[in-house]
Design a protein around this ligand. Sequence first.
Ligand SMILES: [Cu+2]
Length: 243
Amino acid sequence: MSSLAQQVNPSRYRATMLLRILALAVTGAVALTVSLVVTQDTASAHGSTINPASRNYGCWKRWGSDFQNPNMASQDPMCWQAWQADPNAMWNWNGLYRDGVAGNHQAAVPNGQLCSAGQTGGVRYAALDNPGNWQSTKVSANFGVKLHDQALHGADYFRIYLTRQGFNPLTQRLNWSNLELLKETGRYAPGAGTRETGDPVLNGVSNTINVSSSGRSGRHIVYTIWKASHSDQTYYWCADVNF
Ligand SMILES: [Cu+2]
């Protein structure tokens, strides 16, 4: 009798296997859903300078829906080389940050790598450091820098720098010594600012920081540091301008 009881009932065996396969499928689906949620969360939080646009946001905004268009090579060659180098830099236009900098920006971000936040995340953003004819925004001596904070992090401070006259973004990689600090702000409470309505990806708040410069002509880089308030997370962006 005992040997009979131990015999496997074929139909029950099939049912058990089906349940196991189903359980595996459900586990897989849950894992996939979790990874999709994590990816979407990564892509929908953080922020950037949007006007003048950072190199990463500008390339995403102009070409994100048309990034395989070969005309980009002649119309917007620096975005083209950046898309070719790593499209993730533009899909993650809002994630150009470093964690754990503790305010030591110059130690964390080496000369020549300012536009990639010191090649944060490996070489993803490295093409943003390349000098060349990035599309630029026309500005006058007094201008505003508009920042978008998607995730309502708030700010401990923003720092806005401008390259000194004589620096040439078309031929030179950016060094700290090329920059003049125009303004350091105070704190921004999480959620402070104006809700964006035009662009659905800009689903957080924007703040404009007004700055004054003098003695500039031609092409320059506005360099912005955003020390977010929710953790030790600091963002670094290059935005090309033309006086
Ligand atoms: Cu964030």
